[in-house]
Design a protein around this ligand. Structure first.
Ligand code: ATP
Length: 246
């Protein structure tokens, strides 16, 4: 089976000397959820932005078997690679509906209508607020809107950058459970960037650990079923203050 995404030796530099990502390689199978876990500054967002075509990178990015590294962001969106940035980058002054329409800018009117209905069905919290200003939504609802906007593009691969950032655990669980639902029902694959192993495990099939721009370890979800196994990877790879296996 061909991988949906194959990343080979991806490197990202900021300026001549600062290397944020160093020869990172991984694959994403169709319908898989692959997580990249690492502390602040490990290079997670840089990988996502490089995959989305927002920053230059070295190395090879194959999507559905074809190289996409030379394509613009817009062309990648048209292929089905859609980035949802961290920090719920929605347009607060626009309505919820207008934000969603923006996400489907390359779609036909019929597709937009269908996807809008799907998104509002998936996140009923935002449905009654669809004609209200986006800034009035709560943090969790804004995150749902940001993901919804990504889904409006009809992605095959969703690049989700720290969707849990600043959200209460209960809300994160809700958002992740909805994503698990979409994934069960459709063809969607996800690259998920997170700092928290516990949340990641709700959704991911496999986890890559990233430190100082390099992939330093990988675990399949089956290998992370016990508390001891999770604590072992936290100690080995994340060294994360305040992070405990559960
Ligand atoms: P976080 O969880 O804090 O978002 P991250 O794992 O996503 O961190 P990146 O944002 O990819 O990490 O940053 C990786 C490295 O690149 C860091 O050392 C960071 O300081 C540096 N970096 C990120 N963006 C820039 C930039 N625009 N210019 C210069 N250096 C940058």
């Amino acid at each position: 089976m061909t991988d949906l995404l194959a990343v080979r030796d991806l490197s990202v530099f900021y300026g001549a000397r600062a290397q944020a990502v160093e020869r990172v390689s991984f694959t994403v199978a169709p319908r898989a959820v692959v997580a990249l876990l690492g502390a602040n500054g490990a290079g997670k967002s840089s990988i996502m932005k490089a995959l989305a075509g927002l920053i230059p990178a070295r190395g090879e990015i194959l999507f559905e078997g074809a190289p996409v590294g030379a394509l613009t962001t817009r062309q990648r969106v048209a292929r089905g690679i859609v980035y949802v940035p961290e920090g719920r980058a929605i347009v607060g002054s626009l309505t919820v509906r207008e934000n969603l329409v923006l996400g489907g800018y390359q779609a036909t009117a019929v597709q937009r209508r269908e996807r809008m209905a799907m998104v509002l069905d998936l996140f009923p919290e935002i449905a009654p607020r669809v004609d209200g200003a986006a800034w009035k939504l709560s943090g969790g609802e804004q995150q749902m809107l940001a993901i919804g906007r990504g889904l409006m593009a009809g992605p095959k691969l969703l690049l989700l950058d720290e969707p849990s950032l600043g959200l209460a655990p209960l809300l994160v669980r809700r958002v992740f459970d909805r994503l698990a639902g979409i994934r069960r029902d459709g063809e969607l694959a996800i690259v998920l960037v997170e700092q928290n192993l516990q949340m990641t495990m709700r959704l991911a099939d496999g986890v890559h650990f990233l430190r100082s721009g390099r992939l330093v370890g990988h675990r399949h979800r089956d290998d992370l079923q016990t508390r001891a196994a999770r604590q072992e990877v936290i100690d080995a790879y994340l060294g994360a203050a305040g992070q405990h296996a559960a």
